[in-house]
Design a protein around this ligand. Structure first.
Ligand code: UDP
Ligand code: MG
Length: 324
């Protein structure tokens, strides 16, 4: 098959779109998508919206848009499970040739999808959208993101590419591989990286949100970073052996030093300050160590319950009565 024929072979793409209180963004998003794909008759675009427990009229909006667009599918989750779980739900239902997780706020520019498809046709199985400029993010968010990637990639066997979000094209094979991963704590960036496959990049500048406000605050991001690190590295657990060993060796040398000083100079009473420092310092260190163990133990506990990642209230699909 020559390239020209390949370019016009029919293709079914699935956009996986988690939405949480996004009623203002949906129309803008849908207009944009239809304008991009209007002159691409060989591409069918299925829009898989996952309503992640919105408390505004997001669901009603989606249902009203579905009346005129049979390619819209809606998965209504029973509550807010978070973006990671919503993405898992959407991918679970994607039966398309390629699946593309994308934000509804147009911060992942849909124009890029055509470039991604071109790369996929070249034979890549994963095409990552890479931000070359994060000026729209706050200074603190940029700094903390870069710090996270540095730490994560240093202590984990798995390298997560920097400046890459969830926006990516994935071949059906990759989606099937993701579905095989059983964990209920789903740090998608890590899981995406873990499955591997032949990967290409398309670069873009991340624009401002088209409407509405960000759904992530500092505390959510911090927990997200902890999730990322504890999901793919056990170094934070193991480091305490070495810290403990190092500190006890120092204490041992210190003890010998004191013993010799007592033999030479006799007993001296002062020492309250250094004693307090040692006690509080070691106390703090132990608490940190216990805290780190707690992070992992907590995750093992949650994982061992084998609860589902999300619960679905209802799925809306005009083409089929029920999804398989
Ligand atoms: N989102 C979600 N559940 C959440 C938080 C966010 O489904 O608990 C969705 C949100 O509706 C949007 C996408 O995830 O489509 C990205 O969220 P946002 O734009 O707020 O994140 P930011 O771009 O600020 O990182
Ligand atoms: Mg956004």
């Amino acid at each position: 098959m020559n390239l020209k024929e390949e370019n016009i072979s029919p293709l079914n793409i699935g956009l996986v779109i988690p939405v949480f209180n996004e009623v203002e963004s949906i129309d803008i998003f849908l207009e944009k998508i239809s304008s991009i794909f209007a002159n691409q008759p060989h591409i069918t675009v299925e829009l898989i919206f996952i309503n992640d427990g919105s408390t505004d009229s997001t669901l009603e909006k989606l249902i009203s848009r579905q009346i005129h667009n049979k390619n819209i599918k809606i998965i209504d989750l029973s509550r807010n499970f978070g973006k990671e779980a919503a993405l898992s739900a959407g991918l679970q239902f994607s039966k398309n040739d390629v699946a593309i997780p994308i934000d509804v706020d147009l911060q992942d520019p849909p124009e890029l999808i055509l470039e991604m498809i071109a790369k996929w046709r070249e034979g890549y199985e994963v095409v990552l959208g890479r931000r070359i400029n994060r000026d729209v993010d706050s200074w603190a968010k940029r700094r903390s993101a870069s710090f996270f990637y540095r730490i994560h990639n240093k202590i984990s066997n798995l390298q997560i590419p920097e400046n890459v979000g969830d926006f990516r094209l994935m071949d059906r094979k990759v989606v099937e591989a993701l579905k095989e991963l059983p964990e209920s704590h789903r740090f998608m960036k890590g899981l995406f990286a873990w499955v591997g496959f032949r990967t290409a990049y398309v670069d873009y500048v991340r624009p401002e949100r088209a409407a509405g406000t960000t759904k992530f605050n500092g505390w959510k991001l911090w927990n997200f970073a902890l999730e990322g690190i504890t999901s793919f590295s056990t170094d934070p657990l193991r480091i305490w052996t070495y810290v403990g060993f190092f500190i006890s060796s120092l204490s041992f040398i210190w003890a010998i030093f004191i013993a010799i000083r007592v033999i030479i100079d006799g007993v001296d009473m002062p020492g309250y300050a250094s004693l307090m420092v040692a006690v509080t310092f070691l106390g703090g260190l132990q608490l940190i160590g216990i805290g780190v163990i707690g992070e992992y133990l907590g995750r093992t506990y949650i994982e061992s319950k084998r609860r589902p990642v999300y619960l679905i209230r209802h799925t809306y699909d005009k083409k089929a009565d029920q999804w398989i």
